[in-house]
Design a protein around this ligand. Structure first.
Ligand code: 6PG
Length: 233
């Protein structure tokens, strides 16, 4: 049974302040407990106004490692790159920003390389923060020939390569992504979405659970930890 708690806001600004506070608390708690923190941040547009609010928090950033939940196989200086936006905001804090995408064209080999890089990190993440696409993808777990690999990868596998099919119009490129097992290994799971359509999509995916056709539904169906969902219209 998926244990989801919804947090509703009247504006993106209000949601951004709340999520930044939650992420700051998660990092502080990790630093207090283990003297280090590992957080996985989503790409896309929803987190953009939230990143700076997190970065301005007074934390021991040099002990924080930040990875993307997924990245596009695109040049690091491309607007398509998720790590580019994360690096621009968080490198100035002194945090370690850890790319997982490489220039390997074959997405499956790129997935192997991403997994090898992530194996070097102490695991599990203290936070995995997810966004959700209008098609129900999360991280870069998309419907298509590679979805099952991302969902059914063994617990030890942290990343795989994905060729979405159909390709998303806003970023029609192959990707590397955390696996479902890696996402659900997180000490804390947090989702941010906006708009009524995504809210309905997520509510239905949670209700459908294992029988959901949507990647987000199939990921959350296996969640053992509570999930905080932050939403504004
Ligand atoms: C990506 C993201 C992806 C994102 C959703 C939602 O690389 O595309 O990691 O999972 O979170 O597409 O994006 P928006 O926040 O822009 O709707």
């Amino acid at each position: 049974m998926i244990e989801a708690e919804w947090w509703e806001y009247d504006s993106v600004e209000e949601m951004a302040d709340a999520v930044a506070g939650d992420v700051g608390f998660i990092v502080e708690s990790a630093l207090d407990a283990r003297d280090s923190a590992l957080i996985a941040l989503p790409g896309g547009t929803t987190p953009r106004p939230i990143y700076p609010k997190i970065a301005e928090r007074q934390l021991s950033w040099k002990r924080v490692t930040i990875i993307p939940t997924d990245d596009r196989l695109a040049p690091l200086d491309s607007d398509l790159s998720n790590i580019r936006a994360i690096a621009q905001t968080f490198l100035p804090t002194g945090a370690r920003v850890f790319p997982i995408a490489t220039t390997i064209e074959d997405h499956k080999l790129a997935g192997n390389a991403a997994d090898a890089r992530l194996q070097d990190l102490s695991w599990p993440p203290d936070l995995v923060w997810l966004g959700i696409g209008a098609d129900g993808h999360t991280a870069s777990i998309f419907e298509g020939p590679d979805m099952q690999d991302a969902l059914d990868a063994p617990k030890a596998r942290r990343a795989v390569g994905v060729m979405p099919d159909p390709m998303p119009q806003d970023a029609p490129v192959p990707r590397v992504t955390l696996t479902r097992a890696a996402i659900l290994s997180a000490r804390t799971l947090l989702i941010t979405i906006t708009g009524s359509e995504k809210r309905s999509l997520l509510e239905q995916a949670i209700a459908d659970g294992h029988s959901s056709k949507l990647p987000i539904g199939r990921v959350l169906a296996e969640a053992e930890q509570p999930i905080d969902i932050h939403w504004c219209a």
